[in-house]
Design a protein. Structure first.
Length: 310
């Protein structure tokens, strides 16, 4: 791949009756993005009539929902190496599942399945959120809260830790990342009084990490960790969706990006939803989309120097 050219970034349209097309159009009005990458919009041209004329729009084919079609088109272009990264606008999971007759749990799960089919190799993706202030990973993703404790295991934690550790080293060029692990139970279990997971699962994982020279500390009590302690680490590992994202989004809502680690492709996303309530009101803030495109372009330049082997 020619490292002198700008990275080519595909941007999927998202739910067309949401704010996806609006934030894409607004974001791509910023000349700074065109100096970082060559953007290509994947979606129905009728939703992008006010897009800058020099930016191509490729229409997805053979799908009932154009949002799902755009995702499948992005995979085709990624696997054919016609784009270097993909940025995803928010979709309606229920609508895709119903109209396409599939179980669509989210982008992370979708790209995992697509990569496993193409590369004939199993992957463990990690949802990773970045902002100018901080970085945060989720050990579990779109999972009912009642199932979190059931699914936690040493293997799951180790795979997530490795994804974050290697991602920080390779994509963010942090030579020796320092990671924080949150506890599952109140006060990180109070030495077993409020739960056994910290003793039975987390303690062996900490020993495992230290044996491999991975700087991992914890488990920390989540109720106090996000006051000031998070500043001491390159990334935090939260055990479930709201444990990490509630404080993270409170500080970074319009400036953060969702990055998928652990896959042989580069994918970033906005960190918000479809926004049905402000559809066609010209009220959508494009800041998260701008951040997602910026990160995709910058990280694609790094990733192109990193060979991937299954």
């Amino acid at each position: 791949m020619d490292l002198k050219r700008l990275p080519v970034v595909g941007i999927t349209q998202g739910e067309p009756t949401g704010i996806g097309p609006e934030i894409i159009i607004k974001a791509l009005r910023h000349p700074s993005l065109l100096r970082l990458c060559t953007p290509i919009v994947l979606g129905e041209p009728k939703y992008f009539k006010s897009l800058r004329k020099e930016i191509p729009v490729i229409s997805p084919q053979n799908f009932k929902t154009s949002s799902y079609g755009a995702l499948n088109l992005s995979c085709q272009l990624l696997f054919e190496k016609k784009i270097d990264a993909v940025v995803t606008a928010p979709v309606d999971k229920y609508r895709i599942s119903k109209e396409e007759g599939v179980i669509f749990l989210g982008h992370t799960e979708f790209f995992k399945k697509a990569c496993e089919k193409t590369f004939a190799h199993s992957f463990h993706p990690t949802m990773f959120f970045v902002s100018p202030k901080e970085k945060l990973a989720l050990v579990t993703t779109h999972l009912p809260l009642k199932n979190v404790a059931k699914i936690l295991s040493k293997d799951l934690l180790q795979k997530t830790i490795l994804n974050v550790y290697l991602g920080l080293k390779s994509l963010f060029r942090i030579p020796n990342p320092k990671l924080a692990l949150l506890g599952l139970n109140p006060h990180a279990g109070e030495k077993g009084l409020l739960g056994q997971e910290e003793k039975l699962i987390f303690a062996p994982v900490l020993r495992w990490a230290h044996q491999r020279k991975i700087q991992l500390e914890g488990p920390f009590s989540a109720d106090s960790f996000f006051s000031t302690r998070w500043r001491l680490f390159d990334a935090t590992l939260a055990l479930y969706h709201d444990q990490g994202l509630a404080p993270f989004k409170a500080r970074n809502f319009h400036s953060s990006t969702n990055l998928t680690l652990g896959l042989p492709i580069l994918r970033t996303s906005v960190d918000h939803g479809v926004g049905y309530d402000i559809y066609e009101k010209n009220m959508a803030n494009p800041s998260s989309m701008i951040a997602a495109i910026t990160w995709a372009a910058k990280l694609a330049s790094h990733k192109r120097n990193i060979p991937w082997k299954p």
